[in-house]
Design a protein around this ligand. Structure first.
Ligand SMILES: NC(=O)c1ccc[n+]([C@@H]2O[C@H](COP(=O)([O-])OP(=O)(O)OC[C@H]3O[C@@H](n4cnc5c(N)ncnc54)[C@H](O)[C@@H]3O)[C@@H](O)[C@H]2O)c1
Length: 355
């Protein structure tokens, strides 16, 4: 099986590639990634060392793929010529992770979110229409459903009602993907997962941001009153679900993937501080994110019933493993948390934003 993974140098994509190569050594994986600020080849350094040579945007070299189980190609999913060249050479499955993924950045500037998340998805869909694939998996998010009150769950039938430019761009892509199934019979599947956590997550997202700040004794900027609720899913559980969707998922369907683990941001913050033996005085309440969704909670009954998936890991166990990973990989995040990233951080959480 030949899989084109887009955005494979990011958090979930890199975990997915590692997961798939370990479980399916006979699969060939082509990783197309633009290496934006959140794309990092260090996330795959073990695989790169072992298995690949880096090819810099040379789709004509695609014919060599048969001799390698993994190849990295630096490039943009919006580049029609590049994408067509790759898909034309014979791809069985496209898994589209490539995206601008941070809500706060989408609030500051939505343009790049529309380009990559919507127009990029369109380029991939067109390539799959021209050069048929067996499956096209669109990695989406529970954020497309909007916000819940204190009860209820998102099911696959919940109407989409995105509230941030990020979730609106993901919802737009979902609609395009759906339309390509209905109009052109493209074998698409959409997965919508809840918040992921685990190793290699860019430290602008709340769990790695708070772990790394706490490790450095720097304040943890908590939005509003900290009572917004998210459902948390360990990244490997997500990867296993996508593997099953590739194998057994039904064309034209949407599958919700949740961790069955609702926590307020304040609970998450206190857990991290406690596990690290740091004082709660490090919490710094900052002005809330505009339009901040109150609660996400996912009903994953469908994927459990139809594909036999359920989360294997508990939050209590995996948050410890995740914290350990960031302790052991200090040089990975210290490199990231400097330079340009520091400028962004100061703008987001500097004194002027204190509540
Ligand atoms: N992180 C979560 O909790 C979560 C939850 C649900 C869904 N998702 C979805 O999963 C996917 C991956 O999320 P993530 O957290 O790993 O994001 P990430 O920001 O860590 O990784 C995104 C990757 O996409 C690449 N990329 C961005 N623009 C590109 C382009 N134009 N062409 C090619 N590559 C490009 C980046 O370089 C990066 O490697 C996204 O589609 C996101 O919407 C994430």
């Amino acid at each position: 099986m030949r899989i084109l993974v887009t955005g494979g140098a990011g958090f979930i994509g890199s975990n997915f590639i590692r997961y798939m190569l370990a479980r399916h050594p006979d699969y060939q994986i082509i990783n197309l990634d633009k290496l934006t600020y959140s794309g990092n080849l260090e996330n795959l350094s073990d695989i790169h060392t072992r298995k690949s040579e880096v090819v810099n945007r040379k789709p004509t070299h695609n014919s060599q793929l048969t001799s390698l189980s993994y190849r990295f190609i630096k490039g943009d999913i919006c580049d029609t010529k590049l994408v067509n060249g790759l898909v034309k050479d014979g791809i069985d499955v496209i898994v589209n992770f490539a995206a601008e993924s941070h809500v706060d950045r989408s609030i500051m500037d939505a343009g790049v979110f529309i380009n990559t998340n919507v127009l990029g998805a369109h380029v991939l869909l067109e390539a799959a229409k021209k050069h048929p694939v067996k499956k096209f998996i669109q990695i989406s998010t529970d954020e497309v459903y909007g916000s819940l009150g204190s009860d209820g769950y998102f099911t696959e039938n919940t109407l989409i009602a995105p509230n941030s430019p990020y979730s609106a761009s993901k919802a737009s892509a979902d609609l395009l993907v759906r339309a390509y199934h209905h109009t052109y019979n493209l074998p698409v599947i959409i997965t919508r997962s809840s918040n992921n956590y685990g190793p290699y997550q860019f430290p602008e997202k709340v769990i790695p941001l708070f772990i790394t700040n706490a490790l450095a004794d720097v304040p943890l900027p908590l939005y509003g009153n900290g009572l917004n609720i998210r459902d948390w899913l360990y990244v490997e559980d997500h990867c296993r679900a996508i593997d099953l969707v590739i194998e057994k998922g039904k064309e034209g369907e949407v599958y919700n993937i949740g961790g069955n683990c609702e926590k307020t941001n304040l609970e998450i913050t206190k857990t991290i501080l406690k596990r690290l033996g740091k004082p709660e005085g490090l919490i710094k309440y900052v002005r809330d994110r505009p339009g901040h969704d109150r609660r996400y909670a996912i009903d994953s009954t469908k994927i459990q019933r139809e594909l036999g998936w359920s989360p294997r890991y508990t939050f209590e166990d995996r948050i410890d493993k995740t914290i350990e990973w960031y302790i052991e990989n200090e040089s990975w995040w210290k490199k990231i948390k400097s330079g340009e990233y520091q400028e962004y951080y100061d703008k987001m959480y500097g004194e002027s934003r204190e509540s």
